[in-house]
Design a protein around this ligand. Structure first.
Ligand code: KG4
Ligand code: ZN
Length: 339
């Protein structure tokens, strides 16, 4: 693909889980629209995402969300130069709705299309708040979402090295499961974090999720220990204190491993991505650590941390700029590693 002309609006589509989103980003940096229809309220009735319900709701909402995005951007569909869509990993039925819509648009408009790895989308949310990251490679990236917890080294556009990962639960899962044990509704992470705001984080010492000297995590221990604590405690300790102590245990493990990785690999620019990056305490602790250690820390705005299509459009722009588009018969995958 030759160098892309400017302005180059890319339309992104994201339907990998329970958010139907269409975003429009110009030249990989300027967000013109980021329409998101969350299904969280409906899935809350079941205590978690129900895949079949998610697919059906994506079908209902795809076109209205597309229209909202175009209106927000004040662009016509013919102004769009390329389409980017999440095609892996995620709930297969949910992904297929977005991918089908994307392929139909690319075919009808006769414009390039590219399938994006969902985690690569999360990484690119950082470029939307700090476009100068392009000249700051290598970047140390912490991905913390509902399904993944990884430390990656991003050496260039599209070049990733996996440095550490969770051996069991993801950080978001640890938040969600802890929230459920505390009797909080879905989505657990933000609810637990809200409860923790008024609690004492030093009240209980839950185990940290580190795996010794490696850059891997394990969150099953902290999850088991909150369950055991609640059984023993019999309602004596204020829930706020339990939530604050639990949140601190998760966050400290994440921050400690990022510091270790930055020292080990000599990387001075640290980014955080994924739903858990919206966590207020994680943001605070990452920034404090950055200041103390002389490291640059980039964290996207909360709306760009959780699932959204602007990040997919941004990732698509750079894929097209540094790689090539897909042919229309590209596949959709429930699981696939980024690196
Ligand atoms: O990236 P994301 O929106 O979806 C996936 O790709 O998985 O991440 C969702 C995860 C959920 O586990 C949710 O509880 C967690 O991110 N999350 C939070 C916060 N906001 C979202 N966890 C802790 N604190 C938050 N403020
Ligand atoms: Zn996500």
């Amino acid at each position: 693909m030759p160098d892309l002309p400017s302005p180059y609006p890319v339309l992104g589509i994201e339907t990998s889980c329970d958010e139907t989103s269409v975003g429009i980003v110009v030249d990989g940096a300027h967000i013109r629209a980021n329409a998101i229809a969350s299904q969280a309220d409906l899935h809350a009735l079941y205590g978690g995402v129900v895949p079949e319900v998610a697919s059906r709701l994506h079908v209902e909402r795809m076109l209205p969300v597309l229209h909202t995005a175009l209106e927000e951007a004040q662009l016509g569909i013919r102004d769009i130069k390329a389409i980017a869509t999440t095609n892996r990993p995620g709930l297969l039925g949910a992904l297929l709705v977005g991918v089908s819509a994307a392929k139909a648009l690319a075919y009808a408009l006769d414009i390039p299309i590219v399938g994006i790895h969902h985690l690569e989308g999360h990484l690119y949310s950082n470029f939307l708040v700090a476009p100068d990251l392009e000249s700051a490679f290598p970047l140390l990236m912490l991905i913390v979402s509902g399904g993944h917890t990884q430390i990656m080294l991003m050496e260039a556009h599209g070049r990733y090295r996996l440095l550490g990962r969770t051996r069991d639960d993801a950080a978001g899962e640890a938040f969600d499961k802890g929230a459920r044990l505390l009797g909080l509704p879905y989505p657990g992470g933000p609810n637990l974090s809200r409860l923790a705001e008024t609690g004492d984080p030093k009240r209980i010492h839950f185990p940290r999720a580190g795996m010794g000297d490696s850059l891997d995590f394990s969150f099953s221990g902290v999850k088991t220990s909150i369950r055991a604590f609640l059984e023993r405690d019999n309602g004596q300790t204020p829930l706020e204190d339990i939530a604050a102590s639990y949140e601190t245990a998760i966050v400290e493990a994440l921050v400690e491993k990022m510091l270790r990785a930055s020292r080990e690999y000599g990387v001075k620019t640290l980014c955080v991505a994924g739903g858990v990056a919206a966590n207020r305490l994680l943001q605070l602790r990452m920034r404090e650590m950055g200041e103390r250690e002389g490291l640059r820390v980039v964290i996207p705005d909360p709306i760009l941390c959780t699932d959204n299509a602007a990040m997919i459009a941004a990732a698509g722009y750079f894929r097209l700029k540094h790689g090539s588009p897909h042919s229309l018969d590209f596949d959709t995958y429930a699981t696939e590693r980024l690196a």
